[in-house]
Design a protein around this ligand. Sequence first.
Ligand SMILES: [Zn+2]
Length: 303
Amino acid sequence: MTEAPLEWLALARGTLDRLALNRRDDAWLEAAWADPRTRVVVVRDGRAAVTHEPAPALVLVPPGEAPDGDRWFLGVDGDGVAYFGASGPLPLRDGAQPAGIRRVGALLGDRDSGLLTHAVALEHWHRSNRYCPRCGTETRPAAAGHMRVCPEDESQHFPRVDPAVIMLVTDAADRILLARGPQWPPDRRSILAGFVEPGESLEQAVAREVKEEVGIPVRDVRYLGSQPWPLPQSLMLGFTAKADGDVPLTPDPEEILDAAWYTRDELREAIEDGRIVAPGPLSIAAQLIMRWYGGELPKMPDF
Ligand SMILES: [Zn+2]
């Protein structure tokens, strides 16, 4: 098996230049906000207005139609158009509907997928991190929405991202390990995943999670790519790993209800028979499985 990187990741397609140095340039930000070409993506509770004609796209509004209040500078495109995010009532017009990342993250174009991913992540962070962790005072947004500052002790707080590893494990016969999580429908299967713990490397996290969840050691842990997963605040880091030896699977019943090895033929038949629903195209899991499988799976329902 080659170790080529993953080619297409739904939520890692953003095209804007974030211009992070401009986040503290108030004059530049004011001028950008006053420019009628500027566009704003409005987000509320992880959703934005999305139109589906002629193709899935975000409904972007000029600054004059954006909700009052805080705004977050997201970047500029190749034509110099600036984009901001804001929280408030969604601009539902022209048949647009509220939609979140799970529903449209893989359907939107590259620019809009990146805009939605960035804006949803910031909206959640501001909404759930309003108070200073040192003294409890309400903090204020700064750096064009990419920081919060405590007015009492001047401590600075930045958006939090939780790293999580997701790994496609193969055995000596090049079969993959698929498992079912305890909260999942009976037919759903995916590869193993888990959060990185403090004081742990990514490679150690991969080995620990596989050992905890199905009881087997792995070797040859290889990184293949990543994508943001702001549901609500993760970064998914994709790996392959090989089962070390022929140790039987012993799933931890707290985390795994079913785990088994699949050949390519077995996986295809299980999907075609409806016995297994594989991960949808939004996930890095689907891309890792397709890379091993050698192409698209028979059908890829979203979940
Ligand atoms: Zn404070």
